[in-house]
Structure formats: C-alpha cells, structure tokens
Design a protein around this ligand. Structure first.
Ligand SMILES: Cc1ncc(COP(=O)(O)O)c(C=O)c1O
Ligand SMILES: N[C@@H](CCCC[NH3+])C(=O)O
Length: 443
C-alpha cells in the first residue's frame, strides 16, 4: 500500500499513522475506526492557500464540507484560513456549532428549503450559491421578509464534460445543477437577479465534477466563465466581483491514479484569469474554489478487523471485515478502487489474492475486489487508505450497523472526534405507537 502523509511501518511491523500504532488504536477505540492524519489535512489546506497567495489574486478556498463534516474538521478549516461550503441545514448547523466564522460560509444546494434559507440568513452567512430560477425568487422573497440584502453567486452549468465517473460529473448540460450557459438560462438568471431588490450579485460559480486528474476541464470552465462575464458586463452592465470554480481536484487512491500537485490545478485556474482580465479593462475578480476530496481524502484510513473468510477454489477468496458499505459505500456506488494493508503485519510479503467483503446483507457490499495480502488470519487488522472523503460523510445504518468512531492522530496523540454510535443512537428516534405497546397479561 502506498503510504500517505505520516503513515509508515514501525519497528514492530505495524502500520503507524500520525505517530500512533494502529494496533493500539484498534485496542483503544475498537474497529471499524476512521483514522484521520491531521498533519496531512493541514498540509493540503496550506497547499491551496499558499498556491493562491503566490498568484497575487484575491481568493477564498472554501472547504467543501460535504466530503467530511464534523465539528473538529470545521475547526481545522477555520484555523487554516479556509472558508466553508455547506449544502444543508445539517452542515450549516455543524459549522455554526463549531464556531466557524459565519461570513466565510457559502450555502450550496439545488433544493434549499425556506427554513434553510431563513436559518442561513439569520446566521448571517457570507453568501448563497443560487442554483435555479425558483430558488432565485424564493431567496429574494425570504430576504425581503427579513428586510435583508443577501449576497449571491449564480451556479452556471458551463457545458464542460469532466473526465470522471458519470455519477460525479456535474458541468455537462444534462445536469440537475445550475443555470445552463448554452441555452441562455444563465444570462436570463443574471438579468432577473439584477432586478431583485433583496439580492446582491457577487458573481458566478461552476463546478465541473469530482476527482479530476487534468487541468483541461478547469481551463475550459475558466474560458467559458470569462466569456460569460464579459458578455454580461457589456449587455447587462453587471460586473462580477467573484468567480468561483468549485472543487473536483483528484487524489491518488490506487497505483495508476495520476492527480496533479495542488499548485498545478491552482496555476491553471489563476493563469487563465490573470491573462484574460489583464488584457481587458475588467477588474480582476476574486477567485474562489471549493476543494473537498483533495483536502481530506488521502488523510483518511479505515481500520477493520478481519472476521470470516470463504474460499471458492478456482473462483475467489472472500475475507470479511467488521464494516463494509455502511462505512464506505463508494465501491457499491462507483466501483471505486482502494489499496489496503494488514495493519498488524504491514512489513510482511504478500501471499494470496483475496477480495474484501463487508458484513451487510447485500452481495454488492464489497470494499476491494482482488488485492494481494499476506496469508490472512481471523483477527488481523486491515487498513484501507484514502477513505477520508465521502466515507464517514456517506455512511449509513443499513442493517442497523452503528457508525464507527473517528479519531484524529497527530504527533503520537489520538483524539476522538466522533464517538462510535451506540445502540441508543440506533433506536433513539424509534417510537412504538401506544396501540402496539405490550398489554399486561390478563389474570
Ligand atoms: C458545488 C460543489 N463544490 C465542491 C465540491 C467538492 O468536490 P471535491 O470533493 O471533488 O473537491 C462538490 C462535489 O463534487 C460540489 O458539488
Ligand atoms: N460522493 C462522491 C463525490 C460527490 C461530490 C459532490 N458533488 C464520491 O464519493 O466520490
């Protein structure tokens, strides 16, 4: 397994992350366990902030909290000078409870409710990213009722096809998100928004997809956004102060993945902007981005205990872990690939080809198809790397499995940031109607 960040194999042949022996972590916190390499998260934040600082442009790097949204992560984002992208009242609530500076919160989503709008306006967040015409008018009405002027970006669908999995591609015309550039909806949206008294247009937003390994898509999006900005200025007399290019920067999950260094993604974006706006009489807007996966993805490792196995001669050997699609649904959803190592025998040579299954009642509940490991034993620890983004965030309670705990590790210290769910959490919201209560037996 590729060793990300502070991961290394220690003298006992155990995988160690953030100076903590994973065997000790398993003993202390149990498995499955999400382990987050805090130093690597902070390093990724800094790579973005430093790359933008070097460009000389005004910028905001908004951590896309959907990737992994818990109180402690919001604290790190704040400490590292990031802004925050939230998509629901739950993410907004988490950010507020973490004490995240509200003026740096951006509210996304293609179906925000009135209650969510009210909550965000009352909290005085920085801006909304408006997704469609219904929302545009709803937001104006809610803001008017509260006698507020609300800052907005308009999400534009630029018609750029990102090279990534179909389910996480969002820049193409056939998308549920945003105002389409090609059919004139984006132009009409700016026109309408500019006439709404309780909205202030800051600028435009685009997000072409997720886990992208090249810069061409971003460059094309920049080009389209700039072309649109100039058209809007000349025809509608609206000048954008902000251009937000979303997230989507890829990471290395498995050998063969070829993400670019953060600085190269940023350079592709900022160079295009500087080049164009420098040549035209247009005040250079602030550039915002929204990385999620590239901030937390490779900093996460999930630690499991191996249980049963099933060898089907000539077909496949299944080894089952004490978690599965409930803590990581990405194989089931996208066929995502992962690397893994036996954490308690990380120095040993590989000996057998196995497939890692979860414990859910579902054939598709797999984590890895075909991986070489040492001869596995029941009770061994399996560490799957690169599970920091969209794992805990998309975890479920299917089969009433409790969600694992999350620990942050750094400099030999492990801090619990999310407790393992309890049985009380599992039945906590259940109600037995009075008519179903057990009757006392009649004498
Ligand atoms: C609008 C928006 N911004 C940011 C992100 C974060 O993307 P990623 O985690 O790929 O950086 C997403 C998710 O793809 C998104 O939809
Ligand atoms: N959940 C997806 C990414 C979605 C990005 C959000 N727009 C994944 O795990 O890859």
């Amino acid at each position: 397994m590729f060793l990300h960040g502070t991961s290394q194999v220690n003298d006992q042949g155990h995988l160690q992350i953030g100076g903590c022996d994973t065997s000790d972590l398993a003993e202390q916190f149990g498995t499955p366990l999400y382990i987050v390499d805090e130093a690597l998260v902070r390093q990724r934040c800094r790579e973005f902030v430093n790359a933008f600082s070097a460009s000389g442009l005004k910028f905001q790097v908004a951590y896309a909290s959907k990737a992994f949204c818990v109180l402690a992560m919001c604290r790190i984002a704040e400490e590292e000078g990031m802004s925050l992208d939230v998509v629901s009242d739950g993410e907004l609530y988490t950010a507020i409870e973490a004490g995240f500076p509200v003026e740096r919160i951006h509210f996304h989503g293609n179906n925000k409710s009135i209650q969510e709008m009210e909550m965000a306006i009352d909290a005085k967040i920085g801006c909304f990213v408006v997704d469609n015409f219904i929302e545009l008018h709803m937001l104006n009405a809610v803001a008017a009722e509260k006698n507020q002027k609300v800052k907005i970006l308009l999400r534009i669908t630029p018609g750029v096809e990102a090279h990534t999995h179909e389910f996480i591609s969002t820049g193409q015309t056939d998308s549920k998100f945003g105002f389409d550039l090609g059919n004139g909806a984006a132009f009409r949206a700016i026109d309408e928004a500019s006439k709404l008294a309780n909205l202030e247009i800051l600028g435009i937003h685009s997000h072409i997809g997720s886990n992208i390994f090249e810069v061409e898509g971003f460059k094309m999006a920049v080009e389209k956004m700039i072309g649109f900005a100039t058209q809007v200025r000349s025809e509608l007399n609206v000048t954008f102060k902000v251009v937000n290019l979303g997230g989507g920067f890829g990471i290395r999950y498995v050998e063969g993945d070829t993400p670019l260094p953060v600085a190269e993604y940023v350079k592709a974006i900022t160079e295009g902007i500087i080049d164009f706006f420098g040549k035209h009489d247009y005040p250079i807007p602030e550039i915002w981005v929204e990385p999620g996966r590239s901030i937390v993805g490779d900093a996460g490792t999930t630690l499991y205990t191996l249980g049963t196995s099933k060898d089907i001669p000539g077909v496949r050997k299944y080894v089952a872990v004490d978690g599965g699609m409930t803590d990581n649904p990405r194989f089931a959803l996208y066929g995502s690939r992962y690397e893994a190592v036996l954490a308690n025998r990380a120095g040993e040579a590989t000996e057998e080809l196995v497939s890692v299954a979860g414990k859910c009642c579902e054939s598709g509940d797999m984590l890895i198809k075909d991986i070489e490991l040492p001869k596995v034993n029941q009770g061994d620890l399996l560490a799957i790397s690169c599970t920091g983004a969209y794992n805990y965030a998309m975890a479920s309670n299917y089969n009433r499995i409790r969600k694992p705990a999350v620990v942050f590790v750094k400099d030999g210290q492990a801090d619990l940031v999310v407790k393992r769910e309890s049985f009380d959490n599992i039945i906590g919201n259940d109600v037995i109607p009075a008519r179903m209560q057990k009757q006392a037996l009649k004498a």
